[in-house]
Design a binder for this molecule. Structure first.
Ligand code: FAD
Ligand code: NAD
Length: 464
């Protein structure tokens, strides 16, 4: 059996693992990364990137469909058609370019990539089933970045009609009727995309609201849009299984009332679970935090020299959190003094309109004991938003009442994902309301709503 020694061994080349490997390579650390699938992990292959590609295609299709009818812009065009298999080929092309990009970056930084499934023999030794036979790798430091997988409901196992997000990202025909179980990030992002492509979509959500982690003000514009797209939303509703004929989803909606929702496909998006099985966690006996691997503020696990990053370590399961952890761990292994000291991990929900949150919501700030000042500025009063038909939504700021330190910024609106960088920067730099109010924001841009929200919270907005 082939055997190699390395200083750093990383299991999983998702955004956590591959970023850790690149940074380690830059720092001159002898690094091996093991990946069972393709470089880029969930995010690049079956997550962030392909979902945003599908969302883009659906947006374009819906835009042309809308313009083919009576519209305020005076544009006339004929009704569009879409060949979903060609759309998927285009999406696969983007994924494949990025796969090669990540592989190239790893190579450029001197990282050795081993293809295959890794299994611990002991804390510092891993066996990999490579296409050319088993290989043993011994390392001084190990980083576990095994990621997450979709949660399956026992009464709706994946297969045929019941699909996961991965399947929904490679359909070649648009389902006539699509039932979505779980009105969270994935269910809504993909549910909206398929509704725009022509599916009749019903979202079944167990809680009293879709996207239950967000407050009502942020969700209202999304609910309005779902209604306009003809998407039915059932809240306090639980999926129970398939009908006997298999052509409907059975749903219990409060008080034992049962519904049958006819469906060609049932997309189950009820969360993701950490990948903690099949790679020998039992051999190394790590301390856990519920289903996740326990880590401290340096991403160290309970075993010396062993780190864990990304989705396998818990919420929020976001690619940019995994990347930031990966980068930090590489620097710690290189001897730098680093701890997880981030003020915020911004989150974007790519619904229509999009939702961005960074830092604390008004309720979270109050629950933490802060006396706050908070106000919002609507896109209805923003020239750029009006001239781009993007008047829905607002930017909201939450600040400490005493010294005006900004604690949180949220927004909902078309295209607001691109504002998230400014929100996170303001929070990381410890901005006060006066700093944002005094920063010149280019005109006409949607970002002016951030400056105006700060001015409004200070009591002297200029454009409302
Ligand atoms: P992963 O990306 O899951 O990568 C783990 C890798 O480890 C995988 O490639 C796997 O093959 C490999 N692996 C596991 N075990 C082994 C083993 N024993 N041996 C070898 N290899 C192994 N996040 C965002 O921030 N923004 C978004 O817009 C977004 N959209 C998403 C859309 C969808 C449909 C989904 C499903 C997820 C989305 N996410 C999004 C979440 C994001 O994809 C994850 O947070 C991110 O991929 C986590 O990165 P990771 O490195 O922890 O793990
Ligand atoms: P989620 O946690 O966002 O939403 C799951 C939803 O399903 C919740 O609203 C929950 O109440 C509901 N639910 C659970 N069990 C149910 C049942 N039996 N019947 C009906 N509803 C039920 O999970 P997700 O949408 O699967 O996404 C998983 C994770 O992936 C997210 O938490 C996020 O971390 C990540 N993600 C991020 C993005 C992004 O950043 N834009 C996009 C997609 C996914």
């Amino acid at each position: 059996m082939k055997e190699i020694k390395t200083k750093l061994l990383i299991i999983g080349a998702g955004p956590g693992g591959y970023v850790c490997a690149i940074r380690a390579g830059q720092l001159g650390i002898d690094t091996v990364v093991i990946e069972a699938g393709k470089p880029g992990g969930t995010c690049l292959n079956v997550g962030c990137i392909p979902s945003k590609a599908l969302i883009h295609a659906a947006d374009e299709y819906e835009k042309v469909s809308r313009l083919s009818g009576k519209n305020a812009l005076g544009i006339s065009t004929s009704k569009p058609k879409i060949d979903l298999s060609q759309t998927m080929e285009w999406k696969d092309g983007i994924v494949s370019r990025l796969n090669s990009g990540v592989a190239g970056l790893l190579k450029k930084h001197g990282v050795k990539t081993v293809e295959g499934w890794a299994k611990f023999r002991d804390g510092k030794t891993v066996e990999v089933d490579t296409p050319t036979g088993p290989q043993i790798i011994r390392a001084e430091y190990v980083v576990i970045g095994t990621g997450s997988a979709p949660v399956e409901l026992p009464f709706l196992p994946f297969g045929d009609k019941v699909i996961s997000s991965t399947d929904a990202l490679s359909l070649t025909e648009i389902p006539g009727k699509l039932a979505v179980v779980g009105g969270g990030y994935i269910g809504l992002e993909l549910g909206i995309a398929y509704a725009k492509l022509g599916s009749e979509v019903t979202v079944v959500e167990a809680e009293s609201s879709i996207l239950p982690q967000y407050d009502k003000d942020l969700i209202r514009p999304v609910l309005k849009r779902l209604d306009a797209l003809g998407i039915k939303v059932m809240t306090k509703a639980k999926a129970k299984g398939l009908s006997t004929k298999g052509n409907s989803l059975l749903v219990e909606n409060g008080g034992g009332v049962d519904h049958k929702i006819p469906a060609d496909k049932i997309l189950v998006t009820v969360g993701r679970k950490p990948v903690t099985h099949g790679w020998g966690l039992e051999e190394i006996d790590l301390r856990m935090d519920g289903p996740f691997i326990h880590i401290n503020d340096k991403c160290q696990t309970s075993m010396r020299g062993t780190y864990a990053i990304g989705d396998v370590t818990g919420e929020p399961m976001l690619a940019h959190r995994a990347m930031a952890q990966g980068e930090m761990v590489a620097e710690i292994i290189a001897g730098e003094k680093r701890t997880w000291d981030k003020v915020c991990i911004p989150a974007v929900c790519f619904t229509d309109p999009e939702i961005v949150t960074a830092g604390l919501s008004p309720k979270e700030a109050k629950d933490m004991g802060y006396a706050i000042k908070t106000d919002s500025f609507p896109f209805q009063a923003n020239g750029r938003a009006m001239s781009a038909e993007r008047e829905e939504g607002f930017v909201r700021i939450v600040a400490r009442a005493d010294n005006h330190l900004v604690l949180g910024i949220q927004a909902v609106g078309v295209g607001v994902s691109e504002l998230s960088a400014g929100f996170a920067l303001a929070l990381e730099m410890g901005a006060r309301l006066e700093d944002i109010a005094a920063t010149i924001h280019a005109h006409p841009t949607q970002s002016e709503a951030l400056q105006e929200a700060a001015l409004k919270t200070l009591g002297h907005a200029l454009h409302i």
